[in-house]
Write a protein that binds this ligand. Structure first.
Ligand SMILES: Cc1ncc(C[n+]2csc(CCOP(=O)(O)OP(=O)(O)O)c2C)c(N)n1
Ligand SMILES: [Mg+2]
Length: 567
């Protein structure tokens, strides 16, 4: 029987999962995997300039495709550099699969060169972290990793394989198709839960759909829209999940949460039944208190993971199920047995709130301050961006205005750092997203501080021809944090002001395209030119350095809460 190296076996297993790209930086511990790619162009190694960016890329690809995003890096610093990106995947429930080439087997336990307990380091940010001790166990344990990453609520996994194990040989065997070793069908809801939920919705006077990332992941947006239309249930979205339903729909009010829309918050306060679909009701959506979600509101919570059902708010019905399966069943139950009232007054109320939001945002198109207000930048973007654009938004004050100001027409379009809130996320995330969806325009939105954290990936983008457009709103400061010192520390600014190169010029030095825009009427043209440039492009826009929203939560009690609504 013929044999293959452990490295080749890893490649075959990745290919059986449909993996097209692997992100990382070359290292001596996994050359047997790389060598297997030399003649095999089914998988491309995207050699990045910092492993953190590679992890964000894998996350971006996984978020827009639902497929595994794979990183392959070396032991020690190669792996530790990944941690922040893997944490981003963890909060986003992204199936990122980390493979680390480990040190030689003889050196484990000796504090050898680049030896760290990586399994322990990665355990808190993954669903499963393990070592593969022998070559013959590579198929079994990689299957375990993919099973964990891709089933239930997805998430990242970590696999360390010693260089000796990768170099060893195992019997050649065809890699099994995913359906042979893991569940590939979605989880249906319990019929009793559907009956109870349908009864509650039917009796409600002001039911409201709060739509989360689980809906987009389950491909349930269309069913949610049908539920909304057929049974007069207006829609709002969870924080950073604006793309879960088409924003142009007349029953969509806006996004709930910290930098979300006040109109969505008003609707949430009025709801008597909240149908929370595919959302864990996390901190940025709800603040974990009763400012939006009222104690008298009955909550129906649908989540594929029982861990978060009823965790922050007690529920009237807790339903563990795939969001699409649950919404289809609920729709059928409501259509069949529970003729809902037309709820004309509630529909009108929702439409009025939607109209108020649209008018508020439209008025920002008239802001003509120089340097520009970030709000005006978003008004121009709404006009210029193709409707199918994927947007990756960084942390920071200027990016955060986007939570309420960007419009989406389809799922898997809005990539945000979510509960990680990490800077430097958006540009590499956008690069991964573009590899996953080359057919769609992809835009990264950054402040000046966050962009320079991973700007080195301009070189990767140019070399691999990943044509993403990046917009940098430059206020020469760490604005989101400066806001605290402005409002609560009597403008005693420390650690907040920074200097920057001209980012349009920096982009050109890397071989990308660069634009500098300081007049609002030129934003649209620059965006269109950048998307047509045929290479990666950066647009720098100087913005008003004094425009920071007040950190609202902190105003209530500076000593108790330092949370910033726009971070
Ligand atoms: C990796 C990381 N380091 C630090 C922070 C804390 N932080 C949050 S927002 C922010 C300022 C961001 O500045 P910039 O990217 O220029 O955007 P701006 O707020 O100025 O619009 C900082 C330092 C963070 N969220 N992530
Ligand atoms: Mg800034």
């Amino acid at each position: 029987m013929s044999e293959v190296t452990g490295g080749r076996a890893v490649v075959e297993l990745l290919k059986a999962e449909g993996v097209r790209y692997i992100f990382g930086i070359v290292g001596a511990t996994f050359l047997d995997v790389l060598d297997a790619l030399y003649d095999d162009h089914g998988v491309e190694y995207i050699n990045v300039r910092h492993e953190q960016a590679g992890a964000f890329m894998a996350d971006g690809l996984a978020r827009v495709t639902g497929q595994p995003g794979v990183c392959l890096v070396t032991a020690g610093p190669g792996a530790t550099n990944l941690l922040t990106g893997v944490a981003a995947a963890h909060v986003a429930h992204s199936p990122v699969v980390v493979v680390v080439g480990g040190i030689g087997l003889d050196h484990y336990g000796k504090d050898a060169f680049q030896e760290y307990d990586l399994v322990s380091m990665f355990r808190p940010v993954t669903k499963l972290a393990l070592q593969i001790p022998r070559a013959k166990r590579i198929p079994e344990l990689l299957h375990a990793a993919f099973r964990a990453a891709m089933t239930g609520r997805p998430g990242p996994v970590f696999v360390e394989i010693s260089r000796d194990v990768l170099n060893d040989h195992i019997a050649e065997a065809a890699a099994a198709a995913p359906a042979r070793y893991r569940a590939t069908y979605p989880q249906p809801p319990h019929p009793d839960a559907i009956r109870e939920a349908a009864g509650l919705v039917q009796r409600a006077q002001r039911p409201l759909l709060l739509v989360g990332g689980g809906v987009a992941r389950a491909g349930a947006s269309d069913v949610v829209v049908q539920l909304s239309e057929r049974h007069s249930i207006p829609m709002i979205t969870a924080y950073g999940r604006n793309d879960a339903v088409p924003n142009g729909h007349p029953l969509y009010i806006g996004p709930l949460g910290r930098a979300g829309s006040p109109e969505a918050a008003a609707a949430c306060k009025r709801a008597d039944v909240l149908l929370a679909a595919g959302t864990r009701l996390g901190q940025f959506t709800t603040h974990f208190d009763d400012r939006y979600v009222k104690p008298e509101t009955a909550i129906i919570q649908i989540d594929v993971d029982s861990r978060d059902i009823g965790r922050y708010y007690s529920v009237a019905v807790g339903m563990q199920a795939d969001a699409r399966e649950a919404c289809v069943a609920l729709l059928e139950a409501l259509d069949r047995e529970h003729a809902c009232a037309s709820r004309q007054a509630w529909r009108r109320e929702a439409e009025t709130l939607r109209g108020q939001r649209q008018a508020r945002l439209a008025a920002e198109a008239a802001l003509d301050a120089k340097p520009m207000k970030p709000q005006r930048v978003y008004a121009e973007l709404r006009r210029a961006l193709p409707p199918d654009t994927i947007v990756a938004l960084d942390a920071g004050a200027a990016p955060a205005y986007g939570y309420d100001r960007l419009h989406f027409t389809q799922p898997a379009s809005f990539l945000t750092p979510l509960d990680l809130g990490g800077l430097g996320f958006a540009f590499p995330e956008a690069l991964g997203a573009k590899l996953g969806r080359p057919d769609r325009p992809v835009l990264a939105i950054h402040g000046d501080g966050g962009f320079l954290m991973n700007a080195q990936e301009l070189e990767t983008a140019v070399r691999h021809r990943i044509n993403v457009v990046t917009l940098v709103m430059n206020n020469n400061c760490w604005g989101s944090e400066k806001a605290y010192q402005k409002h609560f520390y009597a403008e005693r600014y420390i650690g907040c002001d920074i200097g920057n190169p001209r980012y349009d010029q920096l982009a050109r030095l890397f071989g990308a395209e660069g634009y500098y825009v300081d007049r609002p009427e030129d934003v649209g043209d620059a965006v269109r030119a950048a998307f047509g440039a045929g290479k990666p492009a950066v647009i720098e826009i100087p913005i008003d350095p004094d425009e920071f929203p007040t950190p609202v939560a902190a105003v209530r009690d500076r000593n108790k809460s330092h949370s910033n609504p726009v971070r």
